[in-house]
Design a protein around this ligand. Structure first.
Ligand SMILES: Cc1ncc(COP(=O)(O)O)c(C=O)c1O
Length: 356
């Protein structure tokens, strides 16, 4: 696989070491990995399903699919048939393999984006194009367009009108639109909308896929739990391929995910934790000379003090705070840093004091 990029996080190592040397310890805001506990009812469901000797279904249990459809209806006003839900082993693997499943020759994704869209295009041997506007794409055919709202790294929410235009553009050309909605429950100053919402897609899911993750909503990054839904024909094709390839979510994780999707109380509590951390960290960053752009939703502050991304990473590492340079997400990020709010209240408090 020699066409894959170097793993960028290795470049952060020296800054991590500097941050680790801080007498008060590191405040690691570089990776968006959850730190709060897995909800107890979800842990219980996992344990109760521990005795699972047989092969699980690639399509998942009916209970899981119904829980996913119920959550979409309840929380996002999206109606899907439970048969059109397909569990994935965390959304990252699906993002990486979707272009291969589709036999895509050209894949489009946002200019500032989660790096796995590009990796997926490379794994499929497809041409990868970073573009925020379909106008920039020219006449050449695209097989797959990724949208990501709320976006990583910018925390930007794509308005309904923008999503409608992407859908119309794609439908005219027979292009599949895959919408990565893993931060959809984390709207702060704006309310994110699913690509499958009737206001966006006009009630038809043709050519559309929505990818969801339980990692952030329910602190299940360690369980590897997500699902894809949308166009029934596409989902059926994906199911067939994944059956052949053995891409099966473990049965205890299916049970845990069913419990997580059926319960909103824990997700609301988790939202409150992130909201409080944002409310502390943002003014501290601004007082210390950072401007926060976008960031109206999601788990990150997309910030700049005008210097190069690496200078900003270096400056914060001196006070023991580790963040990600914007260039990890595309050349347009060369003067930004991405700051995750996924740290404990105690660590966020330490960051706020050090920024004073
Ligand atoms: C935009 C985006 N998509 C997908 C993922 C993968 O999430 P997971 O594989 O945990 O579901 C992430 C993780 O941070 C992400 O930021």
């Amino acid at each position: 696989m020699n066409n894959l990029p170097d793993f960028p996080w290795d470049k952060l190592e020296p800054y991590k070491e500097r941050a680790l040397a801080h007498p008060g310890g590191i405040v690691d805001l570089s990776v968006g990995t959850p730190v709060d506990p897995v909800p107890q009812n979800v842990q219980d469901a996992l344990v109760q399903a521990a005795d699972s000797p047989g092969y699980p279904f690639t399509h998942g249990t009916k209970a899981l699919r119904e829980a996913a459809a119920g959550w979409l209806r309840r929380r996002h006003s999206v109606t899907v048939d439970q048969r059109d839900v397909l569990p994935v082993i965390g959304s990252k693997e699906f993002v990486a393999w979707l272009p291969t499943y589709l036999g895509a020759r050209r894949v489009v994704f946002p200019e500032l984006a989660y790096p796995t869209y590009d990796v997926g295009a490379r794994l499929a041997g497809a041409v990868a194009t970073a573009a925020d506007s379909t106008l920039a794409l020219g006449p050449e055919r695209a097989d797959l367009v990724w949208v990501n709202s709320p976006g990583n790294p910018t925390g930007k929410v794509l308005p309904v009108e923008h999503l409608r235009k992407v859908v119309a553009w794609a439908r005219e050309r027979g292009t599949v639109v895959a919408s990565d909605e893993c931060y959809i429950e984390l709207g702060w100053e704006e309310e994110p909308v699913s690509i499958l919402h009737p206001d966006v897609c006009g009630g038809s899911h043709e050519g559309l896929l929505a990818v969801h993750s339980l990692s952030k909503r329910s602190n299940l990054a360690g369980y590897r739990a997500g699902f894809v839904t949308g166009d029934p024909v596409l989902v059926k094709r994906l199911l067939e391929t994944r059956k052949h390839a053995g891409m099966i979510m473990p049965a205890p994780v299916q049970a845990a995910m069913t419990a997580a999707l059926g319960d909103d109380a824990h997700a609301n509590r988790q939202r409150e934790l992130y909201s409080a951390r944002r409310a502390l960290l943002r003014p501290a960053l601004e007082r210390a000379g950072w401007r926060v752009d976008h960031s109206t939703a999601g788990l990150y502050f997309w910030a700049s003090n005008g210097q190069s991304a690496w200078d900003q990473v270096g400056k914060l590492s001196e006070i023991g705070i580790l963040v990600a340079p914007g260039e990890f997400y595309g050349p347009a990020g060369e003067r930004h840093i991405r700051i995750a709010v996924t740290a404990t209240d105690e660590r966020i408090g330490a960051a706020v004091r050090r920024l004073q």
